[in-house]
Design a protein around this ligand. Structure first.
Ligand code: ADP
Ligand code: TRP
Length: 338
């Protein structure tokens, strides 16, 4: 179904992680976001959720490194297009924190206790008394992030759907209890086609923690190793055996990143007839990877070498975000009698 994004305010937050980005992140989160920037007539709000990161990272150097990493990566991926994106750091717009304090009064303890972020910790054996309040309140901060910009659509991974739903509940409670229409009720936007990129084990979702990734900005030697270890057709012993394309991760990745469609078609045909070995198919994949991500690597290097430009883009984003946030926060304060 084609969705109409005209006049829709789209917003998303990215939790900084210091790890390298992989194909799953790129095709599951970044690329859909950058594509949305092209589809909407309004600028897309995209921010680095640095306050959220504080709930799990309490080492200053690690946090700073993670934040820088995600900023540079996102700029390279395309949010540096300031016509289409308002890119900023959450902590630089204090209205997020201020709104959070107000919104906390419009949600009950019972519902908060049913949130994943909190429940997961309990399930993993953390004692309730040791869960920090930042983590517990995480969904309220996220609701503030969303409601502060009158967001209509919130692109997130499936794991974050519950958090967008609580933002909806908070907005509805607020409007009902204050007898106002101040808060816009948002909807989650979960990308279906590329919702799940399979890992190099051919089995599970590509994920850093599972060690089944193909990176994006890592050294080519690292990428090469990752590709060499990717799952193909286990029943194929010799290169002359006919091979299966279906379930073959190497061909799945060719489909995503190899811009030379003719080459892909030929490789597929030869593979099915037993006329090409896995090694060659993987070499071509590595070459395709180098081509596909070359412009992004270049841009990333540019921003790494130009911190002043990075600061300038973030400052521009902060200013624009703050203007909108102040407007909504004022309406909220008025509605509650502050
Ligand atoms: P990881 O699982 O590697 O730790 P994150 O949880 O940091 O990845 O994911 C960051 C973003 O990338 C999320 O929006 C998530 O939905 C998306 N993402 C991660 N892995 C995949 C995948 N294999 N397929 C599709 N999207 C993914
Ligand atoms: N919690 C989200 C994640 O871990 C990041 C996030 C924070 C977010 N605030 C948001 C996403 C607001 C969408 C909207 O991925």
């Amino acid at each position: 179904m084609q969705q109409d994004f005209t006049n829709k305010t789209i917003l998303t937050g990215v939790t900084p992680s210091g790890d390298s980005m992989h194909l799953g992140n790129y095709f599951g989160a970044m690329k859909p976001l950058v594509d949305l920037g092209q589809k909407s007539n309004l600028p897309v709000y995209c921010f680095v959720a640095d306050l959220h990161a504080l709930t799990t990272v309490q080492d200053r150097e690690v946090l700073e490194h993670n934040i820088q990493n995600v900023i540079i990566n996102y700029l390279a991926f395309g949010v540096d297009d300031t016509e289409r994106f308002v890119f900023f750091r959450q902590s630089q717009v204090p209205a997020h924190s201020e709104l959070m304090v107000v919104l906390g009064n419009f949600i009950g303890l019972g519902q908060m206790k049913r949130m994943h972020a909190f429940k997961d910790k309990l399930q993993k054996g953390t004692d309730e008394g040791n869960i920090n309040m930042g983590l517990f309140n995480y969904p309220i901060l996220m609701a503030a992030d969303i409601l502060l910009y009158e967001s209509n659509l919130v692109p997130v991974g499936a794991d974050q759907k519950q958090h967008v739903e609580i933002a909806r509940d908070i907005a509805q409670n607020f409007n009902r209890l204050t007898g106002s229409e101040v808060l816009v009720v948002p909807e989650p936007l979960i990308s279906e086609e590329t919702g799940k990129i399979v890992g190099t084990d051919g089995e599970r979702k590509m994920s850093k923690s599972l060690g089944n990734i193909v990176g994006i900005f890592d050294e080519s030697q690292v990428i090469k190793k990752q590709i060499q270890g990717a799952y193909t057709d286990p029943n194929r012993i010799h290169a002359t055996d006919p091979g299966r394309i279906e379930g073959n991760t190497v061909f799945a990745y060719h489909g995503l990143i190899n811009d030379d469609r003719e080459e892909v078609a030929q490789l597929r045909a030869r593979y099915e007839k037993g006329k090409v070995g896995d090694a060659e198919v993987k070499e071509r994949l590595l070459a395709a990877h180098q081509r596909y991500f070359a412009p992004l690597r270049e841009k990333r290097d540019f921003y790494l070498a130009n911190p002043a430009r990075v600061a300038e883009i973030l400052e521009m984003g902060r200013e624009r975000a703050e203007r909108k946030a102040a407007e909504v926060l004022n309406k909220v304060k008025k509605a509650v009698g502050l």
